[in-house]
Design a binder for this molecule. Structure first.
Ligand code: GDP
Ligand code: MN
Length: 371
């Protein structure tokens, strides 16, 4: 999950990384008040998740207080690559003579964290790595050994900063690394890291991408986590959203993937999948079904369970509970085999809920009802 800039700036501030003074606003009047507090010149920045706001006109320096309202209104009316601007950051405009680049990413090829730095910041790093690959220095960090001063010195040997600025750089790298580790980031990027005329380094932008699986560990404290997949994590469900219309529930990753493949092969379009895991209780099955029934794009739920430690009667109890609540308003196709299969089927039959034993037949029925 990508954080909005102001959330990233907040993490930086908390960690002691120098940032401009700023506030977050959602209308022009608030922007004017914020600008008064900070005292112009200020920078108004669109809070959208798409990159390249600068180029799209979503980042503007305003010199005079009387222009703040108008410019704020203009940015708030914009759409940047399809995303409406609903919020602005009003930040102190930090005068600077140079823009550096600094980031830490997960490098899956080397199984390391990778620190990337450059004197040529401000532009896209992808662009930079193509146009001036030599201007980008890298320091791989073994996660078990951690970050050491000599690695930062290696970066500094390339960057050739003055000794006072180098000291600040070292401090910022350490703090950025601690943010990166503490929040389980896939990426923590400062671009630009501004070098002011008086030799100070200030983070003017914050781009942070969190590992979605770590949401529980940092307590769901970010705006993007109002999303549906995070809601599923909160309920303890393994859920993945897709763009079709068949909601797939299975037990075990293998069966889930096989079911997905089968549905695709038969011409159906999965709208999501949910893996119940092993030994699901009636309660868990109910929670999972309810979650899928409430997804507006899911037209039909295809539940495919092969009971081992999972008991079919438990699953059937969960289905009946969800069925009672949602009645016939949602379509469901059930395939249920394995441990306590007879008991499970009896429960379903007693409520006139149909079921299949063969996976192929069930999948065909699911696809037929949605095409
Ligand atoms: P991005 O385009 O979405 O990456 O947005 P940035 O926050 O990186 O801003 C784009 C550019 O605006 C930066 O490269 C800077 O040149 C400029 N900028 C951003 N913040 C400030 C600031 O506080 N002061 C000044 N003078 N320029 C800024
Ligand atoms: Mn940037």
């Amino acid at each position: 999950m990508r954080l909005i800039e102001y959330e990233g700036l907040r993490l930086f501030t908390e960690a002691g990384i120098p940032t401009p003074r700023y506030s977050v606003v959602d209308d022009p009047n608030q922007a004017v008040r914020a600008a008064e507090q900070i005292s112009p010149p200020v920078v108004l920045k669109a809070q959208v998740l798409v990159g390249g706001r600068g180029k799209a006109g979503g980042v503007r320096v305003v010199e005079a207080l009387q222009d703040v309202g108008k410019v704020a209104g203009e940015i708030l009316g914009m759409e940047i690559r399809g995303e409406r601007v609903k919020r602005l950051v009003v930040a102190e405009a930090v005068r600077h003579s140079e823009e550096l680049y600094l980031s830490i990413i997960v490098d899956r090829t080397s199984n390391r964290h990778l620190i990337l730095a450059s004197r040529m910041g401000g532009v896209d790093v992808e662009e930079l790595s193509k146009s001036h690959p030599e201007a980008l220095v890298r320091a791989p960090i073994d996660p078990l050994i951690g970050l050491h001063d000599w690695q930062i010195r290696m970066l500094l040997a390339h960057l050739k900063l003055s000794s006072e600025t180098a000291k600040q750089f070292q401090d910022i790298v350490k703090k950025l690394y601690s943010v990166y580790r503490q929040y389980y980031c896939d990426l923590a990027e400062i671009n630009p890291l501004a070098l002011t005329d008086d030799g100070r380094l200030v983070a003017l932008d914050a781009k942070i991408i969190l590992d979605d699986n770590a949401a529980r560990l940092h307590g769901f404290k970010f705006a993007g986590e109002a999303g549906v997949e995070s809601e599923a994590v909160r309920l303890g469900l393994n859920y993945v959203e897709l763009d079709g219309d068949i909601g797939i529930i299975c037990n075990g990753a293998g069966l889930t993937m096989a079911t997905m493949d089968l549905v695709y092969t038969l011409g159906g379009r999965p709208g999501c999948f949910l893996d119940l895991g092993g030994g699901a209780s009636a309660e868990r099955v109910y929670t999972a079904l309810k979650f899928l029934f409430n997804r507006p794009h899911v037209k039909l739920v295809f539940l495919n369970v092969l009971g081992g430690i999972t008991r079919c009667d438990e699953v059937a109890d969960g289905i009946v509970r969800a069925y009672d609540e949602f009645g016939g308003s949602k379509k469901i196709v059930v395939r249920l085999v394995g441990t306590r299969e007879e008991e499970g089927r009896r429960i379903l039959a007693s409520r006139n809920i149909g079921y299949f034993t063969r996976m192929m037949e069930a999948a065909e029925a699911a696809v037929k009802q949605t095409s």
